[in-house]
Ligand binder design. Sequence first.
Ligand code: NAD
Length: 487
Amino acid sequence: MQRFQQYIGGAFEDGAACFESLDPATGTAWALMPNASAADVGRAVDAAWAAFHAPAWAGLTASARGKLLYKLADLVQAAAPQLAALETRDTGKIIRETSAQIAYVAEYYRYYAGLADKIEGAHLPIDKPDMEVWLRREPIGVVAAIVPWNSQLFLSAVKLGPALAAGCTVVLKASEDGPAPMLEFARLVDQAGFPPGVVNILTGGPAAGAALTSHPKVAHIAFTGGPETARHVVRGSAENLASTSLELGGKSPFIVFDDADLDSAVNAQISGIFAATGQSCVAGSRLIIQASVKDAFLNKLKAKAEAIRIAAPDQMTTEVGPLCTLRQRTRIADLVAQSLGQGAQLVTGGVVPDGPGFYYPPTILDCSGLPDAAGLKQEFFGPVLSVISFETEAQALALANDTVYGLASGVFTRSLTRAHRMIRGIRAGVVWVNTYRAVSPIAPFGGHGLSGHGREGGLAAALDYTTVKTVWLRTSDDPIPDPFVMR
Ligand code: NAD
């Protein structure tokens, strides 16, 4: 069995305890992962703390930090095929997707490399003649970064990139599900030449996560995961009063009006829900469709869904692979059964296939007339699309906002004015109009409500990893008068 190591203080080490990682395509153990203990987490935070204050990192210019990030970007690009193969092996995400996504991850590091020496302070036109006052943007300190299993290299790049650009040091906890690509990525960090302790990478479950988020030397927690875990994270932050950015789940509406280019919308909906086997925070998992085109749209969607090639994730021709874990498949099957019990109609899919691996077929549930069905309320994090129809634009908007989440949304219409009304009305961090799933390092990303708070991507994300120091400098050479001598 292949054995992976954790990376603490610039050294690779076997964990004192290990756990087996399963290949989701077969369900069999294929690798041993170090299971970080609370003591390991403590050592990693201490290493990050020491590195934060040491001249080897603290004394670098912002441009020099940028150069290290450019180096890392080049290494990620060169290693993309190997990293993609590892992610596919350990998480079941199909090779087509991991290859394309990891190649693009390099662009995130490049973007933040370029930003490192553009994080500027400010000079204030202060209301006192003998004072100069300015603001320094300084790195916030040790960052705890926690990611879930889906797209770990991508989800860590949107944390590591801005954190390192700002001058922070990081302890990154990979998910206990599918951590192989992150542990391999640590070798690239090492090769890039970051001083020891600047980036530490380990893996483990809730215990390691809790030890990390409550550690007194952690200044900021960048978390991606589910809302329930986020509550633990926020409770953990009550110990160290660290700031948090939370990228959580979604139940994103995908709204199609009858004037839309239906063929384009069908294609966008197929990738919107079935890409990454539905294990995507932005999955367009609620199709809100105008009643007049519902049947035509569903017929096209059903035909495409049933033609999807479900096969081993390491084949370039595969379009949907297995889910990452058996636990995830069981949860999805239960939620589908619950929705059907509530009256939803099965359009296609919904049957757990025989055979090895954690496969689940692309599934469509018609929940029209059942706005409270599980299919429309709960995040499945799997390849299940729930459908509800509407008659008027006002109904479409009300349905779109009938959720505790607020991450992403999609609107398909040819009417410019309606598009603008919907953009204004939808409560979500991202609105895609006549497209879906587009992302870029330049564009902020995040949500509100139970989808979390804070933004990743863009300049603002780098500022989250800084703190402002206000400097007052007296310019007068006159002695400061004795305050107790009355004048
Ligand atoms: P999860 O919340 O179960 O786990 C996420 C991470 O938190 C894992 O690394 C896990 O080990 C860690 N963790 C578990 N308990 C912890 C604790 N007590 N303290 C600290 N850390 C702890 O999430 P998941 O099920 O692995 O991932 C799926 C969720 O992630 C979905 O809700 C999905 O929508 C969300 N997600 C959001 C985004 C986004 O950018 N908004 C992106 C991807 C996934």
